[in-house]
Design a protein around this ligand. Structure first.
Ligand code: HEC
Ligand code: HEC
Length: 359
């Protein structure tokens, strides 16, 4: 009995806790380490040549804004209790996804869905953000996790500019970028958005292959690519991104027959078709992180697609022709090897996307 009363008290404490004023940063403030001249976030080298990177409707990315965005992305001060940053659940080495099925938020509570990897948002913006495509404006989207009662818990969002203004390093960054020290929500939203849009995966082995007829591909990778196309994977997962303001037109959502009894019905029983760039690093997979290896994913498409009224046309009455070696065991099957060619080390290791608060 005592136990029940106690946990009730703790629960009430947690609920009230969220509504309390955000914890101010303490005295041990760490300054971000930034280059003297901002990284060039507006361009990247790729097999297609030097690409210009755009934000929203074809505004060239502003490197100073993206720099502020980088600092905000890694700053735990954006959470209610200084425990959690965006990067807590979007880890660079993992294609900006998380390594657990459900991420842990500022109060130790799990998120309801698997963290999505972040890349090529210029294309994602056309489908809508999140697993259910519910958000279509990046500047609306970037504050959702900050305010979320599980993720970062900053419920009284009007106090965020005051809290951020108390951190000495932002004044200089905002002045340098916007001409004055004023820190507004609009500027924060824009700079976070600019940083996210600068994370572009266009320098993968696959991209090099597109330019040289896949001359560097191993036999396994070529087999995997053929299986990917022959089995209709590419009908949903577009891998030829255009990297230009024209963007690639892609399907939005699909039901792939994961399981009929799933309590999370998604949006009309469908989920966003995820970008497969960097996918070898973004395990676990699916909206609920149920699969830990690429072979388990392929096994699903080969064996376990559950018929249901919402199942996508592409997967109805289709007999996949995937050799069994792709299903079990290691991640060295043909399809998995092909999917690994979609990785771009530039996004997963380059300093310009890394944590400036380290060292
Ligand atoms: C506690 C973990 C957590 C934190 C902290 C977090 N996120 Fe997320 N993020 C998620 C999860 C989980 C999803 C998928 C949610 C969904 O689809 O319902 C997601 C989705 C996203 C997406 C959508 C990507 C796409 O392709 O649609 C973006 C962009 C994003 N987060 C950016 C951010 C930013 C910016 C911050 C910091 C301001 C942040 N996240 C903080 C867990 C987190
Ligand atoms: C009808 C469209 C469609 C087809 C065809 C399709 N997929 Fe998917 N794929 C999806 C959707 C939607 C999801 C997310 C489902 C969810 O989480 O509920 C997904 C998820 C994935 C994931 C996990 C990505 C992540 O980040 O979690 C991988 C890997 C994948 N598919 C590979 C494949 C392969 C390989 C094939 C071909 C054998 C294939 N897909 C065929 C729509 C499709």
């Amino acid at each position: 009995m005592k136990k029940i009363i106690l946990s009730g008290a703790i629960l009430a404490g947690l609920i009230i806790g969220c509504r309390q004023l955000p914890t101010q940063p303490d005295n041990s403030i760490i300054e971000p380490m930034l280059p003297a001249v901002a990284f060039d976030y507006a361009h990247i080298n790729s097999p297609y040549g030097k690409l210009s990177l755009y934000y929203e409707d074809s505004t060239l990315i502003d490197s100073k804004k993206a720099t502020i965005g980088r600092v905000l992305f890694y700053d735990k001060a954006l959470s209610h209790n200084n425990s959690t940053s965006c990067a807590s659940c979007h880890i660079q080495a993992n294609g900006f996804a998380d390594v657990t099925a459900f991420s842990v938020g500022f109060n130790g509570q799990p998120t309801k869905r698997n963290s999505l990897s972040i890349s090529n948002l210029f294309d994602v913006r056309k489908t809508g953000y999140f697993w259910d495509t519910r958000e279509s404006k990046i500047e609306e989207m970037v504050f959702k996790p900050i305010e979320d009662h599980i993720e970062m818990g900053f419920e009284n969002i009007s106090l965020i500019t005051e809290k951020i203004s108390n951190l000495p390093y932002y004044k200089k960054l905002f002045k340098d970028c916007y001409g004055d020290e004023l820190i507004t929500q609009e500027r924060m939203r824009e700079s976070l958005g600019q940083f996210l849009f600068s994370i572009v995966n266009a320098n993968s082995k696959f991209d090099r292959g597109q330019k040289n007829n896949f001359a560097d591909f191993t036999t396994n990778e070529k087999n995997g690519m053929n299986l990917f196309v022959e089995n209709g994977c590419s009908e949903c997962h577009f891998i030829h991104t255009s990297f230009s303001p024209a963007g690639a037109e892609r399907d939005k959502m699909a039901n792939i027959g994961l399981d009929v009894s799933d309590k999370d019905k998604g949006k009309e029983h469908q989920y966003r078709i995820p970008d497969l760039r960097n996918v070898a690093n973004t395990a676990p997979y699916m909206h609920d992180g149920r699969f830990t290896t690429l072979n388990q994913v392929v096994n699903h498409y080969g064996f376990n697609v559950q018929p249901n009224p919402y199942l996508s046309e592409e997967l109805k009455n289709k007999k996949p022709n995937i050799p069994p070696s792709n299903y079990a065991g290691t991640n060295n099957s043909d399809i998995a090897n092909f999917l690994k060619t979609l990785n771009d080390d530039f996004t997963t290791v380059n300093e310009r996307y890394s944590n400036p608060f380290k060292n």
